[in-house]
Each structure stands twice: as C-alpha cells, then as structure tokens.
Design a binder for this molecule. Structure first.
Ligand code: C2O
Ligand code: CU
Ligand code: CU
Length: 491
C-alpha cells in the first residue's frame, strides 16, 4: 500500500542538555513498583509488569469518571481493563487510562510533580492552559527515565475543559496513542453561577481510536498518513455503555485521537446544544446541532436532553465519518434533572485587530510549516506581548491539520475555501482550529499572560512528530527581542 512507517525516534540521542528554567528537577529517588532495569527493557513496555498486577484502570460499564483535585502524575506502563474484562498493557498516568480528570479553579495555584517511569523521555503539556514557558511542558523540557519535573503555576484563565498529554519531541504520537492523556477541568464563578448539570450529570468524554497487538495491548503503528486505530475508545473503554436518567446531561468532549477527526451525531437524530468549546463558554448557546466535527485536540461542551428516553431504550453517540458507534446511552426511566441554558452564557469581548494577516503559516506536506521542519534550537519568529495579531493558516494539502497554539487562546474570524465558514461553535475562545484542504483560516490572537518560548503546531500527532511544529518567542513589544536570551521566560 506504500504506507511507510514514520522513522523511529532518535530522541534519546538527539535530546540536548536541558536548560534550567528556574524549575527544580530532582532525580528520582522513590522506589518504584517495578525496577528501573525491568522498565528499561526495550520492546514491549508492558512485559516488565507481567504478573505484578500493575494499575487497574477502574472500569465497569457506565462508570462516570468524577473529577479530582490536581495531584502528582506518574507515567508508567500499566495493565487496564478496557471494559471487556481483559487486562491490556497501556502507558498510564497514575495507573489510569485515560489519566485522572483534574479539576481546579481559576485563581488556584497548581503544584504537581511529574515522575517519569517510562523507558524514554517524556514531559507533560497542559493543552489549553495559559502557563509560563517553564510550566508549559514543551519538548525542550523533556525529562529522562527516572527523573521528575516540578510544575507550579497559577490558573489565570476562565472555566474550560483542557487536555494534558506528553510532548517530548518525536515521541508525542506514540505516548499519547499508548495511553498518556487526560482531561483537565477549570472552573470559575461565572460558570458556576449558571448552575449547569453536575456530576453525575456532567460527564467528561475522552474520545479516541486504538489498535491492539496480538496480546491485546495498545499498539502504535502509524503510517505516513497518521495513526488510524481500528476501534473507538471512550474514556478508555470499548463499547462503553452509560445509563442515563430522563433529563439533561452535560458532556465535556475531548478528541484525544492522534489523527482522526470525529463527526459526532446521535443515532436518533436528536440535537446537541453546544455551550462551550476549547476556551470555555460560548457567548450564547448553539441549539439544534445534529452533527458536529471535532478535530484532534479540540473540545466541546454539549448539553443533551434525554427526557424522552424511556426505560431500556437506547441511543448511540456515533461518529458519522468512521461509521462507528462510540457510546451507548441506555435509559433508566428514572427522573433526571431539568435544565435549560440561559440565552446569554458569557460575555466575550471580540479582539480588535488588523484586517490583513500579520503572519501567514503554511502547513506544508506532512512535516513542515512555511517550508521548515521543527528544530528545537531554532526560534522561527517573535511576537510582541499584548498586541493583537492576525494569523493566517493555510495548507498545500495533506489535511486535516488541526492548528494548535500554546500560550494564548485565539478567536477564529474567517474561513475561506473548503467548508468556507466559521461554525457557531468555533466562536468564543479557541486554541485549536481545524484546517482542511483548500481552507484558509484567520484568527486574532494576543499573548497577554506570559512572555517567552511557545509552540505552534499541527495536532495531527504524526505530523507534529515529523516536524510540523514551530518555536516562537513572545517578547516585550517596546524593547523587541534583540539581546534577549532565546529561552528566558519572564512574567
Ligand atoms: Cu495538545 Cu502542543 O499540544
Ligand atoms: Cu497545547
Ligand atoms: Cu497536519
């Protein structure tokens, strides 16, 4: 078929010595559940844990993961039950697949230590969070096996659903695919005042695809067009079923796939009400949405009303493009909660910026932006702090390219060519926008949280690993960047 494997990572040898970023990095001293020697065996990382139990990822059908307070993270191989009663090897955060769903509040200070118990470098990025570069988990901050990384950052943004996952150069696709990913919820007073459905009526849904090796362990076997898993997983489960009462549910949906865009719909044609996306609440709810496309790394906040679903009746959440059933909702016949979204959810101040692009990014082939492959040591452009710029994303092909920016959210202002519109659910604040072939997408963006080094990249993870990623630096608007050490981070 001509499909070629992407090159095996050379990250071990290619990793430069890490610059210090004012965040302490202490060496691994605790005694792990498996010896470092066992874990460093090449090949299948799960063999090392055979017979030791490993972490069981909870399980059971219909289980609704409740969010928990932020804590430390350990990346390690684990065995989990994907819902069919069989233990399968994955890479897991804290033994869970997906990782624990964190919840924090705006104004909190998050402290978390990441422990690397893999046999290769890793680092965790908080996709969607506005944090300083030392806490952003970019590839330059990767830590080796046995090492740890201390994160400490304030939550300076509004309520939203975010996504944490590894970001080591050339290993992101593999590590995410093998299981390292989780949801990260920020709450705030504005959202709280809306009295939206709460647990168990608020349900995170991390959707992705997966393939298995002959032992049933998660398998990463990408081709040059990206990883295409054979089965859908929702919250780390195959054929997930969820019992629903007759009422309204709030689904916090995250596309955690490496390279698959989902087109979500309900099997009975019922509509979603979209109340939020990557950057939190929309200004107004979007009612009557019967199908919705969700690119890799994008998020949606959906209300679904099951009040007409009788006991024993069921509805499927489907992906229309893959023709997959993702999740089965089964009616209990019990009374749920009534909720109708207010006509105004939030006030979103439109960014005011240039009508012509400040910069244009061409997502070329499968591995380049503006003709360049990612180089960890090269800064491709500098952006003035606090200034609204208009960024234009275009492509010569090989899309979908979900374009993702670290360090700030943006507002999508236009899409020409292809689907030729900005969908209502792409309004508000986004950090990832889907760019299809023949499309040109313009966004307005302003970096007003931190200065320093950030990334723009394609969130098709194989494209990212092959180099469709670029370093840029946010610098003081007045003094410019000359003479500033490329990797300094300043508040
Ligand atoms: Cu979700 Cu730079 O990544
Ligand atoms: Cu990100
Ligand atoms: Cu791409």
């Amino acid at each position: 078929m001509g499909a070629r494997k992407i090159p095996r990572s050379q990250a071990h040898s290619a990793l430069p010595r890490l610059a210090q970023h004012g965040v302490s990095r202490r060496s691994f001293m605790r005694v792990g559940l498996a010896s470092a020697g066992a874990l460093s065996a090449m090949g299948s990382p799960w063999l090392a844990l055979a017979g030791q139990g490993g972490g069981r990822g909870g399980g059971g059908r219909g289980e609704i993961p409740d969010a928990v307070r932020m804590g430390d993270l350990t990346c390690a191989p684990a065995y989990v039950d994907l819902g069919d009663g069989r233990l399968r090897g994955v890479l897991a955060y804290n033994g869970k697949f997906p990782g624990p769903t964190w919840v924090v509040w705006t104004g909190d200070t998050v402290k978390s230590t990441l422990w690397n118990r893999l046999n290769e470098p890793t680092i965790t990025h908080w996709h969607g969070l506005h944090v300083d570069p030392a806490n952003d988990g970019g590839p330059r901050l990767a830590i080796g096996p046995g090492q740890s990384y201390d994160y400490s950052f304030p939550i300076v943004q509004r309520a939203s659903l975010n996504f944490y996952h590894p970001h080591p150069h050339m290993l992101t696709g593999k590590q995410v695919c093998l299981g390292l990913a989780g949801a990260f919820i920020i709450r705030d007073k504005e959202e709280d005042a809306l009295n939206l459905p709460k647990h168990p009526y608020e349900v995170p849904l991390v959707i992705r695809d997966a393939s298995f090796d002959s032992q049933g362990n998660l398998l990463y076997n990408p081709t040059s067009s990206g990883f295409a898993g054979k089965f859908p997983l929702v919250n780390g489960k195959l054929k997930l079923k969820m019992n629903v009462n007759q009422g309204v549910y709030r689904f916090r949906v995250l596309n955690g796939a490496n390279a698959r865009v989902f087109k979500l719909a309900l099997s009975n044609g019922a509509a979603f009400t979209v109340i939020g996306n990557d950057g939190g609440l929309l200004a107004t709810p979007v009612n009557g949405v019967t199908q919705i496309e969700l690119g890799m790394g994008e998020r949606l906040d959906l209300l679904v009303d099951f009040s007409a679903l009788g006991a024993g009746q069921s509805v499927m959440l489907r992906c229309l493009s893959a023709r997959w059933d993702l999740l089965q909702f089964v009616g209990t016949g019990e009374t749920g909660i009534a909720y109708s979204a207010p006509t105004t959810l939030s006030t979103i101040k439109p960014l005011v910026g240039p009508s012509q692009p400040t910069r244009t990014f061409s997502f070329d082939g499968m591995s380049r932006i503006n003709g360049l492959r990612y180089d960890m040591e090269r800064i491709d452009f500098r952006v003035p702090f606090g200034v609204v710029e208009r960024w234009r994303f275009k492509t010569g092909g090989n899309a979908p390219h979900p374009v993702h920016v670290h360090g700030a959210s943006f507002q999508v202002v236009s899409r020409t060519g292809g689907r030729a519109k900005v969908f209502d659910w792409e309004r508000g604040w986004k950090d990832t926008v889907l760019l299809n072939d023949k499309e040109v997408v313009d966004v307005l963006i302003r970096f007003d949280a931190y200065k320093g080094l950030y990334l723009i990249h394609c969130h098709q993870l194989e494209h990212e690993d092959m180099g469709m990623m670029s370093n840029f630096e946010v610098v003081d608007a007045q003094t410019g960047s000359l003479g500033i050490s490329p990797f300094t981070s300043t508040r």
